[in-house]
Design a protein around this ligand. Structure first.
Ligand SMILES: C[S@@+](CC[C@H](N)C(=O)[O-])C[C@H]1O[C@@H](n2cnc3c(N)ncnc32)[C@H](O)[C@@H]1O
Length: 201
């Protein structure tokens, strides 16, 4: 589901970039480390592309394929990421149905707060598992059912309302698709948010 105007403005704002750079990325690096030399990465739901830049600069990805359902976000990301040239490929696409992406083609997949936007979120987790090579890593940062049910969230933003997930439900789904999570998983703010790194068996 696409973001509404309020959420688009928030996602395109300096506070969002600050949070991603100074909180989410340091935690994800602590939990999962940097990427192997030459790593090829898929980022789902890249939004305006700031996370893509951090994947290149801070995790050391060699190249990133980044997709988003919203053509306006892809246009923004294209402008932001132009200096990286052919290390980045951007495309409109649906993370729940990565039709043109081959099996086991990536060393890592990143999800910065997008799977909670997908009505069939289980298919998105299945697609992440399919496109990762064995031993590949899934870095995720997500918003749970309890946050989405809060009056403030419901008033300000548009999200799917049925079948959202708790941190435990997300973790179970990861394990069902052949991921190992172990202790690289943190919940935050009374279970409203979580982040972690899972390894494809
Ligand atoms: C909350 S924003 C996060 C954007 C960016 N990753 C960030 O952290 O700033 C969610 C993004 O997911 C995109 N999105 C929603 N459903 C999607 C889907 N099925 N496939 C790909 N992208 C999707 C939206 O267009 C939006 O850009």
């Amino acid at each position: 589901m696409l973001m509404n105007k309020t959420e688009s403005a928030l996602i395109n704002s300096p506070p969002r970039r600050w949070l991603q750079r100074w909180y989410e990325v340091p935690w994800l690096r602590r939990l999962g480390g940097s990427l192997p030399t030459g790593a090829g990465v898929l980022e789902i739901g890249c939004g305006p592309g700031y996370g893509t830049r951090l994947i290149l600069e801070q995790f050391g990805a060699a190249h990133v394929d980044a997709i988003d359902l919203d053509p306006a976000m892809i246009a923004r990301a294209r402008r932001r990421l132009a200096p990286f040239g052919d290390r980045v490929r951007l495309e409109v696409g649906d993370a729940a149905a990565l039709r043109t992406v081959a099996d086991a083609g990536y060393d890592a997949v990143f999800d910065f707060a997008i799977i909670h936007h997908i009505p069939d979120w289980r298919s998105a987790v299945g697609e992440v598992a399919r496109v990762l090579r064995p031993g590949g890593r899934f870095y995720f940062d997500e918003v749970t059912a309890s946050a989405l049910a809060r009056p403030s969230y419901r008033r300000l933003f548009d999200h799917p309302v049925h079948d959202r997930f708790t941190a435990d439900e997300f973790r179970i789904e990861l394990e069902r698709h052949g991921f190992e999570v172990g202790d690289r998983f943190l919940t935050r703010v009374s279970g409203d948010y979580f982040l972690g790194v899972a390894e494809r068996r």
